[in-house]
Design a protein around this ligand. Structure first.
Ligand code: NAD
Ligand code: IPM
Ligand code: MN
Length: 367
C-alpha cells in the first residue's frame, strides 16, 4: 500500500484538542481506503516549547520537517506566555515562507447541516474559494521604528510585491477558476487608496486575465467586497487577494457560512519542493481552550485537503461527505458553535465512524 509520512503539530490551545480528532479521521480514512499514514507528532511551535527552549522551533526545523510528505498543523498562539508576533513569526509564518507555501487555499462553503446567519441561504448557495497570497505582501519584516521615544517617533512597515510573487498566486487562482463550472474570478484590491502596491496588483491581474479568456474576471475594492460577502456571497467563485486582505476575507467568508470552526486551509507549495501545510483557518481560541468543546470540523476538513494533495482523492471526498452527513443527520453531536452542546471528541468520533462505514452515495467534494 501507498505510505505517506505526515508531521503532526498540535501547537497551542484548541490545536491540541482538534488535531487528535483530525488524526482519528485520517486514520479511519487510511484503514478504509487502503493506504498507510506514518504520523510523527511534534511538540514545537507551541508556548510550552517556548518556555522550555526560548524559541518556537528547533534550529534545524527545516531538516526535521523537510522530508515529510505533508504537515498537519493545529494552531499556534498563547499571548499570555509569548507575544503573538513572536510566536507566529517563529513558527507558522516562518514555515509558510521558508517552505515557499505561496498559495493559501481557503474554501468557503455552506455545508449541509449548518445554518448560515445570513437570511435565505441554503447549502450549495455559498461555494467559493479565497486564494490568499501567502509569502509576501503586507506580511513583511521590512521596516522599523525611528526617533524612538521622541516626539518624532515614526514607525514604518513596507508592503512587498514581487512580480514573481504576484504572478504565481494570480496564475494559481486563474487556473482554479478556469477549471470551475462558473469560471468567475474576483481580485481584491484597494488601488483607489493604496496608490503604489495595489495598482501594481491590478496591473498584473489584468495582464493575467488576458491569458484566461474563458474566465470572467473583475476586481472589487476590499471595502465593498467585504460588504458583498455578507449581502451576496452566492456571486463569488474564486476570490484572489493579497496576504492581509486574504486573511480578513477568509474569516469573514466562513462566518457567513455559520462558524469559523469548520473552515479549512491548505498552505500549498505547488512546486512540491517542500511539504505543504494543512491547518484550520481558526486560531488557538484561548477563550474555550481546555473545555473540550472546540469544533473539530475545520481540522478534519483540512485533513481532507491534505489527502487530496497526497493523491488520495476518494478518501478525501469520503471525509468531506462524512462531515456533511454527520452534521445533517446527527444534531446531537454538534459542538456549541454549531448550535449544539456536544464535545470535540463526540463530533470527531462520529465523523470517524461515518468514514469507516464507507462513503455515502454522491460522496463529498473536498475543494
Ligand atoms: P481564534 O480563531 O483563535 O478565535 C476567535 C473566536 O472564534 C474565539 O471566540 C474562539 O473561541 C472561536 N473559535 C475559533 N475556533 C473555534 C473552533 N474550532 N470551535 C469553536 N469556536 C472557535 O482567533 P483569535 O482569538 O484572534 O486568536 C487566538 C490566538 O490564536 C492568538 O494567539 C492568535 O495569534 C492565534 N491564531 C493562530 C492561527 C493559526 O495558528 N493559524 C490563526 C488565527 C489566530
Ligand atoms: C491565519 C492567521 C495568521 C495569519 C496569524 C495567526 C498570523 O490569522 O492563518 O489566518 O494572519 O496568517
Ligand atoms: Mn487569519
Amino acid at each position: 500500500a501507498q505510505r505517506y509520512r505526515v508531521a503532526a503539530i498540535p501547537g497551542d490551545g484548541i490545536g491540541k484538542e482538534v488535531v487528535p480528532e483530525g488524526l482519528r479521521c485520517l486514520r479511519a480514512a487510511a484503514d478504509t481506503y487502503g493506504f498507510a499514514l506514518d504520523v510523527e507528532e511534534f511538540g514545537f511551535a507551541s508556548a510550552d516549547y517556548w518556555v522550555r527552549h526560548g524559541r518556537m522551533m528547533p534550529e534545524d526545523w527545516r531538516d526535521v520537517l523537510g522530508g515529510f510528505d505533508a504537515i498537519f498543523f493545529g494552531a499556534v498562539g498563547w499571548p499570555e506566555a509569548v507575544p503573538d508576533h513572536v510566536s507566529l513569526w517563529g513558527s507558522l509564518l516562518r514555515m509558510r515562507r521558508d517552505f515557499d507555501q505561496y498559495v493559501n487555499l481557503r474554501p468557503v462553503r455552506l455545508l449541509r447541516g449548518v445554518r448560515s446567519p445570513l437570511r435565505d441561504h441554503r447549502p450549495g448557495d455559498i461555494d467559493f474559494y479565497v486564494v490568499r497570497e501567502n509569502t509576501e505582501g503586507e506580511y513583511s519584516s521590512i521596516g522599523g521604528r525611528i526617533f524612538e521615544g521622541t516626539e518624532r517617533e515614526t514607525v514604518l512597515q513596507e508592503t512587498v510585491m514581487t512580480r514573481v510573487g504576484v504572478d504565481r498566486v494570480l496564475r494559481y487562482a486563474f487556473e482554479l477558476a478556469d477549471a470551475r463550472p462558473r469560471r468567475r474570478l474576483t481580485w481584491a484590491t484597494k488601488s483607489n487608496g493604496i496608490s503604489i502596491s495595489m495598482p501594481y496588483w491590478d496591473e498584473r491581474a489584468g495582464e493575467m486575465a488576458l491569458r484566461y479568456p474563458r474566465v470572467r474576471a473583475d476586481k472589487d475594492h476590499i471595502d465593498i467586497l467585504a460588504a458583498k460577502f455578507v449581502l451576496r456571497p452566492e456571486q463569488y467563485d474564486v476570490v484572489v487577494a493579497s496576504n492581509l486582505f486574504g486573511d480578513i476575507l477568509s474569516d469573514l467568508g466562513p462566518a457567513c457560512t455559520g462558524t469559523i470552526g469548520v473552515a479549512p486551509s491548505a498552505n500549498i507549495n505547488p512546486d512540491r519542493r517542500y511539504p505543504s501545510l494543512f491547518e484550520p483557518v481558526h486560531g488557538s481560541a484561548p477563550d474555550i481552550a481546555g473545555l473540550g468543546v472546540a469544533d473539530p470540523v475545520g481540522q478534519i476538513w483540512s485533513g481532507a485537503m491534505m489527502l487530496e494533495h497526497l493523491g488520495e482523492s476518494a478518501a478525501a471526498a469520503a471525509v468531506v461527505a462524512a462531515i456533511e452527513s454527520v452534521l445533517e443527520e446527527h444534531p446531537e453531536v454538534r459542538t456549541p458553535d454549531l448550535g449544539g452542546d456536544a464535545t470535540t471528541v463526540a463530533l470527531g468520533s462520529a465523523i470517524a465512524r461515518r468514514i469507516t462505514a464507507g462513503a455515502p452515495a454522491g460522496a463529498g467534494r473536498v475543494a
